[in-house]
Design a protein around this ligand. Structure first.
Ligand code: AMP
Length: 352
């Protein structure tokens, strides 16, 4: 058990790290953030900040010596860095979770082996293989980079086989996965926290709406059509967590279809679709992630309100803060980012 008063190292300095650091501080922990960017939303609320690349092993050595446990808020960190830190102390989640979630092809195959159903897919290594994959899956389809994609980046829609050239260049002509387009009724995510001793806590499921590949809203409770698919999806998420020996929060995203839940992707970390849990549950995803990585008993995921809605504040939405605060049911979270860019996650608001 990593007792309160200890220092938690967080790799990554964005808003997820910021909210993790706030939860850690409220439980009496100190946080040390390591990230390369000049502006760090998490750095503003951390006790110590190291500005370094995740591959700067000299910096990682010093970082490892100054913290009691390490976690991450960002999954595109080389597993070699995680293994390096693991050799010097505790890292949760471990590199098994990271390795699977970093590679869309590995992730789909892994979930399929556990009995889950991803969208029909094909691995695509070359431009020539893309034609074969389109012939096998048909159109519409979506081409996604195997690695480094997020918020709809590194993706291209293919409406007809003639779109192949453009899609291949849009994603930067790199190893990819072609997925059949899934005609879904809703999107939802299963969020859970797991401790090293196997204790798990599953959150109520949120129904998520994306716009242009970016999460727009999460709503709880999810509609009945989603709730009917939750038992199968939650069972899969628990199996994934168990198979990976995952410690911390894990998120699996699904499409609710006429044929049942279709797995989309997973994140081995706290997730945007769980931000509503800060006020909407007795223990938020951030608190339970900290509890899990420190080996503390998990907090209750019970709802604190009958209805909860979270909306992301993207780009210029952030300027609405005064108007949003005027609603007594609204809880405003701003991430302290100075540069407003279209689609950039600047904050979120949760209504109870
Ligand atoms: P991703 O980054 O893969 O989660 O994709 C972002 C969003 O794009 C998803 O949440 C969906 O709204 C949409 N999307 C991605 N892949 C598919 C698919 N195969 N079928 C339908 N919609 C998709």
């Amino acid at each position: 058990m990593i007792a309160p008063g200890s220092t938690i190292g967080i790799l990554g300095g964005g808003q997820l790290g910021r909210m993790l650091a706030l939860a850690a501080a409220s439980m009496g922990y100190r946080v040390h953030v390591l990230a390369p960017e000049a502006e760090l939303p998490a750095g503003d609320v951390a006790a110590v900040v190291t500005r370094a690349e995740y591959t700067d092993f000299a910096a990682l050595e010093v970082f490892a010596a100054s913290v009691d446990v390490v976690t991450f808020e960002f999954e595109n960190i080389a597993t070699t860095a995680i293994d390096f830190l693991a050799a010097r102390g505790l890292v949760h989640p471990g590199s098994a979770s990271l390795a699977v979630a970093q590679d869309r092809l590995a992730e789909k195959a892994f979930v399929e082996r556990l009995g889950g159903t991803p969208a029909p897919y094909r691995g695509v290594e070359t431009r020539a293989e893309l034609d074969g994959a389109i012939a096998a899956l048909g159109t519409p389809a979506v081409l996604k980079t195997r690695r480094m994609g997020y918020d709809g980046k590194g993706q291209a829609r293919i409406m007809t086989p003639g779109d192949a050239d453009a899609a291949w260049s849009t994603i930067g002509a790199q190893p990819a996965v072609l997925e059949a387009w899934v005609p879904f009724d809703h999107e939802f995510s299963v969020l859970l926290a797991r401790r090293a001793n196997g204790e798990t806590a599953v959150y109520p499921v949120a129904c998520n709406v994306h716009d242009g590949g970016i999460l727009a809203t999460s709503t709880v409770p999810a509609p009945a059509a989603v709730m009917a698919q939750v038992p199968a999806a939650a069972a899969l998420a628990l199996q994934v967590a168990e198979a990976l020996g995952h410690v911390g929060v894990l998120c699996l995203e699904f499409f609710a279809t006429a044929d049942g839940p279709v797995f989309n992707e997973m994140a081995p970390r706290v997730h945007n679709s769980g931000h509503w849990t800060i006020e909407g549950c007795r223990a938020s995803q951030f608190e339970n992630h900290i509890r899990a990585v420190c080996g503390l008993p998990l907090g209750s995921t019970a709802l604190t309100a009958a209805d909860v809605v979270m909306r992301n504040l993207l780009g210029d939405d952030v300027h609405d803060w005064a108007h949003l605060l005027a609603d007594p049911r609204a809880h405003l979270h701003l991430y302290g980012k100075s540069e407003v860019k279209p689609g950039r996650k600047m904050g979120h608001v949760t209504w109870l």
